[in-house]
Design a protein around this ligand. Structure first.
Ligand code: IPM
Ligand code: MG
Length: 371
């Protein structure tokens, strides 16, 4: 049995709590002899700043580069509001994405049947929802230069962020979306703002050209302006299958999509690099939710997005798609049993904390493995 090299970066806030539940699942997988792990842990975010004065150390980035999969909890919190901009906790996460060239961010939004009533939308609009947002993650306004605030002669200030995309960046993310659509509903909706942005115009042209010349014409492709897509996401979300969009629109639209599923605490994500000649890709898995400083340390955070992120790692990096399915089924089963953390709780259900929810998933996972 091959040994998989895993790096855990629990981070700040609720990160360590939700990561704790993932550790239990990794231990079970190993005990059952399904995989063996070489697990290392390091710091990212505010905790890294406290320890090293930077949001992630070079050594941690090097470990991430070597890992088969990196699992990350969350970064940030009010404690670090005053630290220099380049050392803010988020900078650690952004550096990891950029240095490892994790350009493809997959954010599935699945509405578990048991949670259809927790969504802010009517049950019939979200019941059975299964969409994926494919967000470009290493370009656009997040990284474009110049990015600065300068002083003007009149005493005012001027802030600039730069939205920039080159053909190859759009092409490679479009390909990820088309390939993914093929193993799902075979439909891609591409979102940009070509009506006001040059980068939107190029995005639209390159996605269209890649669809044609890349041999993806079996996949149905639509284009939608990003604002209209935001509206359609809350009007009729089930019309979508795969949505492909840039870094900033993807950030916003995935938060919107998360509420369709009942809670931000439910969304996992995978950030993937290009495949190397051996078919291996660098990869980071993290919940879409943040560090939730308001509930950190209380043992009440929802660990399901973190656990579902491990499921994505099993599928995309650890060569165990069947185990990934079982883990997803275990999450579903724990919800069907009525277990609810505070963020998804409603009258008549069993309110539990982080570890009780984790144990419920673990118990189902264990019996599903045994079958
Ligand atoms: C996300 C987060 C990050 C982002 C922050 C923490 C930098 O909101 O992963 O969606 O904006 O990409
Ligand atoms: Mg976000």
């Amino acid at each position: 049995m091959s040994t998989k090299n895993i790096l855990l970066l629990a981070g700040d806030g609720i990160g360590p709590e939700v990561m704790g539940e993932v550790k239990k699942i990794l231990a079970l997988i190993e005990t059952k002899g399904l995989l063996s792990f070489q697990i290392d842990e390091d710091l990212v975010g505010g905790c890294a700043y406290d320890a090293h004065g930077v949001a992630i150390s070079d050594a941690a980035v090097d470990k991430a580069r070597e890992a088969d999969a990196v699992l990350l909890g969350a970064v940030g919190g009010p404690k670090w509001d005053g630290v220099p901009y380049e050392h803010r906790p988020e900078a650690g996460l952004l550096r990891l994405r950029k240095d490892l060239e994790l350009f493809a961010n997959l954010r599935p939004a699945i509405c578990y049947p048991a949670l259809a009533d927790s969504s802010a939308l009517k049950r019939e609009l979200v019941d059975g929802l299964d969409i994926v947002i494919v967000r470009e993650l290493t370009g656009g306004v997040y990284f474009g230069e110049p990015k600065e605030i300068t002083d003007l002669p009149n005493g005012q200030k001027r802030a600039v962020d730069t939205q920039v995309y080159e053909t190859y960046e759009i092409e490679r993310i479009a390909k990820v979306a088309f390939e993914l659509a093929r193993v799902r509903g075979n439909r891609v909706t591409s979102a940009e703002k070509r009506n006001v942005m040059k980068s939107g115009l190029l995005w639209n042209q390159v996605v269209t050209a890649t669809h044609k010349s890349g041999g993806y014409e079996d996949v149905k492709l639509d284009h939608m302006l990003a604002d209209a897509l935001g509206m359609q996401l809350v009007r009729a979300p089930k019309q979508f299958d795969v949505i492909v969009t840039d870094n900033l629109f993807g950030d916003i639209l995935s938060d919107v999509a998360s509420m369709l599923t009942g809670s931000l605490g439910m969304l996992p994500s995978a950030s993937l690099g290009a495949e190397d000649s051996a078919g291996r890709r660098k990869a980071l898995y993290e919940p879409v939710h943040g560090s939730a400083p308001d509930i950190a340390g209380k043992g009440v955070a929802n660990p399901l997005a973190m656990i579902a992120s491990l499921a994505m790692a099993l599928k995309y990096s650890l060569g165990k798609p069947d185990l990934a399915d079982l883990l997803d089924q275990a999450i579903s089963a724990a919800l069907a049993d009525g277990y609810r953390t505070g963020d998804i709780w409603s009258e008549g259900f069993r309110k539990v904390g982080t570890s009780e929810m984790g144990e419920a998933v673990l118990k189902h996972f264990q019996s599903l493995i045994a079958e």
